[in-house]
Design a protein around this ligand. Structure first.
Ligand SMILES: *Cc1c(COP(=O)(O)O)cnc(C)c1O
Length: 396
């Protein structure tokens, strides 16, 4: 019989014991709301923000209800309004255009390269003609474009950059942590990302006025002085009457779960990358399959892996998926006509005006995607790669 894989592609690791203990403590004292603190107590959320700011080398950090909320909050802080056009990646996940649409703004999608990053030539062109003032840049599936070149294009065009780092928390470009090139970095702590609090997110920034607005937007009321990774009080004086409260705070229970995970993240990143490199090595030199070569300036977080089946038709790709699934390997395909589970394509986001992205279409037609949870071993990763390799070769 052919070897089968029996692990689960959606099973994450348990919460570390230190996180469970800290969560129990919060439940025992009952002060779950971030501003419910007693004499001199900082609170888990304020401490988490301080630690996340240090981790990303940002002046300020804000913990929030979700990654989607973080993106919306960043755009609101920048004054994006209904009817504005906002540039973003044609290849990303639904919460990104969703955050734009939630403001009544209009997503304008930018093409995708074979490296799965934003197409810089198309970006320059759309920056010039779209009238957009903001780029919501999604480092989709952890692929980071040449950030120096991107920032040059955006600076020249007067485009403000917000980074969606849902898949790059713990990653970097040329030594600079992901999320630190734009004015805001947005992160998610949803179960399938790099930290797991069920739901949750972060914003980081060095900008005083923008971060003060984001904190008030998040629902700080006039309690912003309880924050420890926030601009000074006088900055809030200038924005506090003018900034609406759009509640989206993180609570102390989830923060308690996250703090020990954040401390472990560098070690977890190393484990993800061991899995990633094992699958990549196993897939390399498979006829008909193209691995995505990573730039030497990218510090990756291999929590998922992508590869291309560039010359295979839709039926053959579906055959590879079906036979891999029979052998326990759960592949996603970005070329499917209909959105499936978490995977959808820009032409399914019909709240945005119809757009034509032929380069992105060509990439997505052959784009396969697979999660690599840390419940897998390096041996599992090698087995998974050998199964995919077999089944791709059987289709050729
Ligand atoms: C998960 C995700 C988000 C949003 O995060 P939530 O916390 O689920 O709102 C944003 N962008 C990308 C690319 C994501 O995968």
């Amino acid at each position: 019989m052919k070897p089968r894989f029996t692990g689960s592609f959606t099973q994450q690791e348990p919460i570390p014991e230190a996180g469970i203990a800290a969560a129990l403590e919060v439940m025992r004292h009952g002060r779950l709301h971030r501003y419910n603190t007693v004499n001199g107590e900082a609170g888990e959320t304020a401490l988490l923000e301080e630690e996340f700011a240090r981790f990303t080398e940002a002046k300020y950090a804000l913990a929030l209800a979700s990654g989607g909320y973080a993106m919306g909050c960043a755009m609101r802080a920048l004054g994006v309004q209904a009817g504005d056009r906002v540039l973003s990646n044609g290849f990303t996940l639904a919460p990104v255009p969703g955050a734009i649409a939630a403001l009544g703004a209009e997503p304008v999608f930018v093409e995708t390269t074979q490296a799965l990053t934003i197409d810089l030539a198309d970006l320059a062109e759309k920056a010039a003609v779209s009238g957009a003032r903001v780029l919501l840049l999604s480092h989709m599936r952890g692929h980071i474009c040449d950030m120096g070149a991107l920032m040059e294009i955006c600076d020249r065009a007067g485009l403000t950059v917000i980074e969606d780092c849902a898949h790059t928390m713990g990653g970097a470009w040329d030594g600079v942590p992901s999320g630190r090139h734009g004015v805001f970095g947005c992160y998610s702590t949803q179960t399938y990302k790099h930290l797991n609090s069920g739901e949750g997110g972060f914003l980081v920034s060095d900008d005083d006025a923008l971060m003060a607005r984001a904190i008030i937007l998040s629902g700080s009321y006039m309690l912003y002085d309880r924050h420890r990774a926030a601009p000074p009080a006088e900055v809030f004086e200038q924005v506090k009457y003018l900034t609406p409260n759009v509640s989206g705070r993180m609570d102390n229970l989830r923060s308690a779960i996250l703090r020990p995970q954040l401390a472990d993240l560098p070690a977890q990143v190393a484990r993800w990358n061991d899995l990633y490199r094992a699958v990549e090595e196993g897939l390399r030199n498979t006829p008909g399959l193209q691995v995505i070569e990573r730039d030497a300036r990218e510090s990756i977080v291999g929590s998922s892996i992508q590869f291309l089946l560039p010359n295979m038709g839709a039926d053959a790709i579906q055959g590879v998926m079906a036979r891999s699934a029979e052998r326990g390997v759960d592949l996603k395909w970005f070329g499917a006509e209909e959105p499936v589970a978490f995977t959808s394509r820009y032409d399914s986001w019909r709240y945005a005006p119809p757009q034509d992205l032929p380069k992105t279409d060509a990439v997505l037609a052959g784009l396969m995607d697979m999660r690599l949870p840390l419940t897998f071993s390096v041996e599992d990763a090698a087995l998974i790669a050998s199964i995919i390799r077999d089944e791709v070769m059987a289709a050729a």
